[in-house]
Structure formats: structure tokens, C-alpha cells
Design a protein around this ligand. Structure first.
Ligand code: 13P
Length: 308
């Protein structure tokens, strides 16, 4: 017998064909959305897929800044989201006026923004990066240049340590979901599961304290790849719990333990199958970055795309 999910998934498939759409879903999306997506991945992979697609419509199941990036990269496509309110608290922690002030205080500084920023913030920045390429992007900036990194303090600290760039100032933003992951819980889980490998996202608030415990600090896509290739049977996973769906599907014989059951992003979970069907049926919830802003914001994104 067909479940309610099967019925709505069939409806979405029909609407997708009618609209000549592609569905992109972030690794943190609810499992039933990942299951119907054409591509599931991290911020970088989804931006690359958006750029490559021949589809007329991109239904972006993630959060607002991701859809903005797709709109900037594909101005001739219609980018829809299931829910326009699905934002990002980390991205909201820095405003364009903050960047202008920071640059005025450090006119020699090169501003690197994490992709978790609005298009308006990106328009003020020199380089964009994601968690999978931040180290590479920062390393590509000539030595001796001062770097201003926004908005994630923990990703910034991680990159600063990895690259050894002493002259790097960090904005003090953070992801409230990753803050739920605590160092003492990780230590406890490591004791309870001594054979488990421990993979961690660099946005974790405890990166600075627990990095020495991690087998790998990786982007979400990097984690998905790593757990597939590793011969370990158990993994402690320190990031938003939506990623466990894909990990478990890819590796039914392996065990995945969330570093925190509370690491659930409320914004990512605002998207539903019903809202996806509604967006495609009514061509609702378009995210379109105005041309002039898109042109200015695209500079730092294009620089990143050239580096990776
Ligand atoms: P990834 O690029 O690793 O998927 O991270 C995106 C994100 O928003 C993490 O909170």
C-alpha cells in the first residue's frame, strides 16, 4: 500500500517534469526530502550543481543564503524554495554595514566570507569560501596580507590554525545548532565507543577544545565521503543530525552516533514535501537576487570557484 509520502513524492515528481525543474537538497534536509532530490550535498557541491544544470527551475531545499548563491550563479534560472522563512542564524550575525566598518578599521585587510552570509554581505567581501574549501581559499591569499574572516568564529579559528596565518582577525559569529555539540559529551562518547571514528564539522562550537580528538574535521560532503571509504564500523558524527540519514542509507552495515541529538537546525527542518509541491505547482517562493547586487556578490563567489 502506498504511504502518504509516496503519494506526495509522486506528485512532486510529476510537477518537477512539468516545470523542467531540478531538486537540490542540503545534507541537513529531512530524509524524505533528500530521498526525492536529484542531488544531495554540501554548500559547495550544490552551488556547482546549480551552475551545471540545464533545468529551467531549481527547487533549492536548504536555507535562504544557499538559494541566493544559486540565483547569483544562474541568473537565467528561476530559483524556488519550499519556505522563504528558512534562514540561517549564523548568516544573520553579520550585516553589510558591519563589514564596511571593519574594512574601514583595517583598510589593508582582505575580507573572506563564509558562504553562510547574505548576498548583501557577499557584495562587500573579497573572497567567499565554504567549509570544504576555506583552508584552500585562505592559503591562496598572498602571504603577509591581513585577513578578516566572517562570520563563523570556529571555522575561522580552525582555518587560522591549519594555515598558520597569524594576521587573521575573526568575527565572533557562531551556528546555534553546532553549539549544541559539547566537548564533555564527545569525551564521554569516545569512552563509550572506543572503536568509533570521530568526524566533526568545523562550525562546532567545541572545535577549539575537541579538535585533537577528531579523526577528521570535514564539510558535510567530506564527512559523507569519509565514512563511506573508512573501514571503521562505528562513527561519532558532530554536525546537524540530518546528515545521518544519508550516511545510514549509503552504509547500512555501519553505525552512526550523533554527537548531540539536539543538533537539529530548525530552519533546515522548515522545508517539507507539502511546501515543495506547493512551490512547484504555484511557482511560489522565488529567490532572485537583484542584478546589481548579484553582480557585486558574484565577485567573491567566482574567486572561490576559480580556486576549487
Ligand atoms: P557544508 O557546506 O559543510 O554543508 O555546511 C553548510 C552549513 O550551513 C553548515 O551549517
Amino acid at each position: 500500500m502506498k504511504s502518504v509520502y509516496d503519494t506526495i513524492q509522486d506528485e512532486i515528481k510529476a510537477l518537477k517534469a512539468k516545470r523542467e525543474a531540478v531538486i537540490l537538497a542540503h545534507n541537513y534536509q529531512p530524509g524524505e526530502i533528500q530521498d526525492i532530490a536529484d542531488f544531495v550535498g554540501d554548500s559547495l557541491k550544490l552551488a556547482q550543481e546549480a551552475r551545471k544544470t540545464d533545468a529551467k527551475v531549481i527547487l533549492f531545499c536548504g536555507v535562504h543564503f544557499m538559494a541566493e548563491t544559486a540565483s547569483i550563479l544562474c541568473p537565467d534560472k528561476t530559483v524556488l524554495v519550499p519556505d522563504l522563512q528558512a534562514g540561517c542564524s549564523l548568516a544573520d550575525m553579520v550585516l553589510p554595514s558591519d563589514i564596511r566598518k571593519w574594512k574601514a578599521a583595517h583598510p589593508e585587510g582582505v575580507v573572506v566570507c563564509y558562504v553562510n552570509t547574505s548576498a548583501a554581505v557577499k557584495a562587500e567581501c573579497d573572497y567567499c569560501c565554504t567549509s570544504s574549501n576555506a583552508e584552500k581559499v585562505v592559503s591562496a591569499i598572498p602571504a603577509g596580507k591581513k585577513i578578516l574572516f566572517v562570520p563563523d568564529y570556529f571555522l575561522g579559528s580552525f582555518v587560522k590554525q591549519k594555515t598558520g596565518r597569524a594576521d587573521m582577525e575573526l568575527w565572533k559569529g557562531y551556528c546555534p545548532t553546532h553549539v549544541m555539540i559539547q566537548a564533555n559529551r564527545i569525551e564521554q562518547l569516545k569512552k563509550e565507543h572506543p572503536e568509533a571514528e570521530f568526524v566533526m564539522h568545523p562550525e562546532c562550537g567545541c572545535t577549539t577544545k575537541s579538535m585533537h580528538l577528531a579523526d577528521r574535521v570535514l564539510s558535510t560532503e567530506g564527512m559523507v565521503r569519509y565514512v563511506k571509504e573508512s573501514s571503521a564500523r562505528e562513527f561519532i558524527v558532530a554536525t546537524e543530525t540530518g546528515i545521518l540519514h544519508r550516511m545510514q542509507l549509503d552504509n547500512p552495515e555501519k553505525r552512526f552516533i550523533p554527537a548531540s541529538e539536539q543538533a537539529v537546525c530548525g530552519y533546515m527542518k522548515m522545508n517539507t514535501l507539502e511546501k515543495m509541491a506547493d512551490a512547484l505547482e504555484n511557482m511560489r517562493n522565488e529567490v532572485r537576487v537583484p542584478e546589481d547586487l548579484a553582480r557585486r556578490a558574484s565577485r567573491c563567489i567566482e574567486r572561490m570557484m576559480e580556486i576549487v
